[in-house]
Design a protein around this ligand. Structure first.
Ligand code: AKG
Ligand code: FE2
Length: 348
């Protein structure tokens, strides 16, 4: 990626400001109370902190999360090695219309091309999803991960990382359930046949960082996202109070967690999925690794029964997750003229 192709250029109102002003950041939450009893005051404070962060920001960072640093370093190193391979090698594990997993560098967010290349790996192998976006078509298909022949450590690193991310995801889902006044394990069952995946993101340096974005503004479609960003930084979160873009400063060995669209719907809008984007810069390449926590494809996503009543009626009709995701994925291969499917299309 040298010259900036017009396909990457953001419209004026969405171009990033590179002179960032210091601002209050997203909450930093210490998860160490999880190692002691869940009846003490420290534990209830933690639940309250999680609830406030979800309500006020939709984003927070966690420390003392229990994920071994070695495991993170291993996948970060493997990701660097993978993206350093030749385009030809990477394209051997490239995704296509049949298999959406693996490598690609042509993602469009909101119809503008992202300045990045990615590698997607699902946790379950195979992962089951609908064969098409057509609601009448009941056929399913199996997604199989693709692995580069000459980099065996990538597979090992991803599989170990996925296992650690799943453990962390359950801890956070349990805290979120408690913060909504639900039983601790209320959400766990949705993830038995999960469609969760790891994405390795590589943002090469860009000659015109003020015109493009590594990832354009978007909300994550899953339940939760758990992100490891490197020391370069570039993630920006849209602050709920005033709509300003706030840079999330890298904190060593912390994970950035955000509520996705599914938790917004489950919570009937109590916790909103917040827009975010990633900037690039002219000198340094940047790597990030999101883990997208997604329920089983057959899940009907609607407001949780316990959270709705006459005073607070359901704000969404339930939608089928598999069909939602396959409809959305369609637009990632090419620039479509239609607006991407969104949870607001299911609003009552
Ligand atoms: O790289 C980042 O900081 C954000 C990535 C992201 O938001 C995504 O891949 O959905
Ligand atoms: Fe995202």
């Amino acid at each position: 990626m040298g010259e900036v192709d017009p396909a990457f250029i953001q419209s004026l109102e969405h171009q990033p400001k590179l002179d960032i002003t210091e601002a209050e950041g997203i909450p930093l939450i210490d998860l160490s109370p999880l190692n002691s009893s869940d009846t003490g005051p420290e534990f209830s404070n933690l639940v309250a902190e999680i609830g406030n962060a979800c309500k006020n920001w939709g984003f927070f960072q966690v420390i003392n999360h229990g994920v071994p640093l070695k495991c993170r370093e291993k996948i970060e190193l493997a990701a660097r090695k993978f993206f350093a391979l030749s385009k030809e090698e990477k394209k051997k594990v490239g995704r296509d219309e049949v298999n959406p997993l693996g490598y690609y560098d042509t993602e469009h967010t909101k119809n503008v091309r992202d300045w990045k290349e990615v590698f997607d790996v699902t946790v379950m192998n195979p992962t089951i999803i609908p064969a098409s976006h057509d609601p009448e078509d009941k056929e399913l298909k199996e997604l199989i991960n693709q692995w580069p022949e000459n980099l065996p450590e990538l597979r090992e690193a991803c599989e170990e990382y996925a296992a650690e991310m799943e453990k962390l995801a359950y801890k956070i889902l349990e805290l979120i359930a408690l913060s909504l006044g639900l039983p601790k394990t209320r959400l766990n069952g949705f993830f038995k046949d999960n469609t969760s995946y790891i994405r390795l993101n590589h943002y090469p340096p860009c000659p015109s960082p003020h015109l493009v974005l590594g990832v354009g503004r978007h909300k994550d479609a899953g339940a939760l996202s758990i992100l490891a960003q490197d020391e370069v930084g570039g993630l920006e979160v849209k602050r709920k109070t005033d709509g300003e873009w706030i840079l999330v400063k890298p904190t060593p060995n912390a994970y950035i967690v955000n509520v996705g669209d599914i938790i917004q719907v489950w919570s009937n809008d109590k916790y909103e999925s917040v827009e975010h984007r990633a900037m690039v810069n002219s000198e340094k390449e940047r790597f990030s690794i999101p883990f997208f926590v997604h329920p089983a494809h057959y899940t009907w996503v609607g407001p949780l029964e316990e959270l709705i009543n006459e005073q607070n009626p359901a704000k969404y009709k339930a939608y089928n997750l598999g069909k939602f995701i396959t409809t959305r994925k369609r637009s990632n291969y090419k620039k479509l003229d239609v607006e991407n499917i969104q949870i607001c299309h299911f609003r009552i």
